[in-house]
Design a protein around this ligand. Sequence first.
Ligand SMILES: Cc1cc2nc3c(=O)[nH]c(=O)nc-3n(C[C@H](O)[C@H](O)[C@H](O)COP(=O)(O)OP(=O)(O)OC[C@H]3O[C@@H](n4cnc5c(N)ncnc54)[C@H](O)[C@@H]3O)c2cc1C
Length: 368
Amino acid sequence: MRGGGYPIDVRGPAVDVAERMGILPMLQDAHIQSKRITFLHPDGGVAGAIRPEELTGGEEKRDIELPRGELTDLLSRLTGDRSIRYMFNNSIASLSDDGAGVSVTFESGATEYYDLVIGTDGIHSRTRRLIFGPEEPFSHYLGYCYNGFTMPNFLGLSHESLTYTTPGRYAVLSAVKNSPTLHAFLIFASEEPPIIEHRDPAGQRRLTAEKFDGIGWEVSRLVQAMQHADDLYYDVVSQIRLDRWSKGRVVLVGDSAFAPSFLSGQGSSLAMIGAYILAGELATRDDPTDAFVSYEKLMRPFAEANQNLAGDGGAFLLPRTQEETEMRNRMLASLNSSDAEAMPGEISRAVHSSLKLPDYERTLNGKH
Ligand SMILES: Cc1cc2nc3c(=O)[nH]c(=O)nc-3n(C[C@H](O)[C@H](O)[C@H](O)COP(=O)(O)OP(=O)(O)OC[C@H]3O[C@@H](n4cnc5c(N)ncnc54)[C@H](O)[C@@H]3O)c2cc1C
């Protein structure tokens, strides 16, 4: 099980999902309580600082931010003694759907027969590729590439993030509580996705180092840490947009179906809400393919509205032009004045909570 990881958000109806799963108190215990995001000018001077919920639209008292690995760890512990079988170092090699079930051949060579297959294998889903074909037509590039890695907390940051911006180049540092380690991101804007192999870390390091050559503040220190990081993760920032989320007895949920990108900050909440609705529809309908249709009908408008937030999030967090940078700085400067401009979080809050979770328990108990 992969531990640690960058912080993810559980907000809006995803908090209700956690509550109905009975894990809300545990998530609340793991809440990292970030206090501040500080934005830096190209010379390292402070452009302004905000509370995280002003950027992301969370509700201060209700929503939760926790390291990705802590959620994974909790879910695996809670399900480990039940009738769920986990397989590691394995993957689906091929699928064959006969209308009544799906025959799955694994990379290990074993073949097993299942009632359904639910693909939750993330933005570069192999399950999606097996049912709908290569990723390219469904992947919508949002104009940035990023490298994520960890490095020592050389600035002594605590419960906070720093975002350094120079046109088209961004460095983000994030401290989970008082951790001695920082989550670092080097992000650059690029009109077209650079042609670089996903499994070519040397090429990714070279390209990123070139892009950040000569950039001020502490960026050279980050580049150096990236060169030696053993947990470097490189990808383009993109969304997955599909015409349909299921085919026969195979269905997709989470990033594999509707990845919104980190610019929306909604990926983990959408994944949890999607899983809840899919489970509820499966539990309350006889035919799983009917359940897949109703899951998509309920979830798609919400997923698409949240995907549409990535544009506003990008302009504020990663401004591409001088004009966008100045607009962001004006918003930061106006924060404590009486004519404060609306922050991205104020706009997105309504979208985050625009879905009312169906109450499947009531349906199952026949009270509805
Ligand atoms: C840098 C970054 C920052 C982010 N920040 C935030 C944030 O602040 N807030 C937020 O809410 N969201 C954030 N997200 C998004 C969030 O991480 C995802 O939206 C969320 O994790 C989606 O969950 P998922 O279960 O669908 O997919 P994932 O979490 O990607 O999980 C997919 C799983 O499938 C496994 N897998 C993949 N391929 C295969 C295969 N072929 N065979 C077997 N297993 C496979 C993977 O190992 C992984 O365990 C961020 C994402 C990134 C990359």
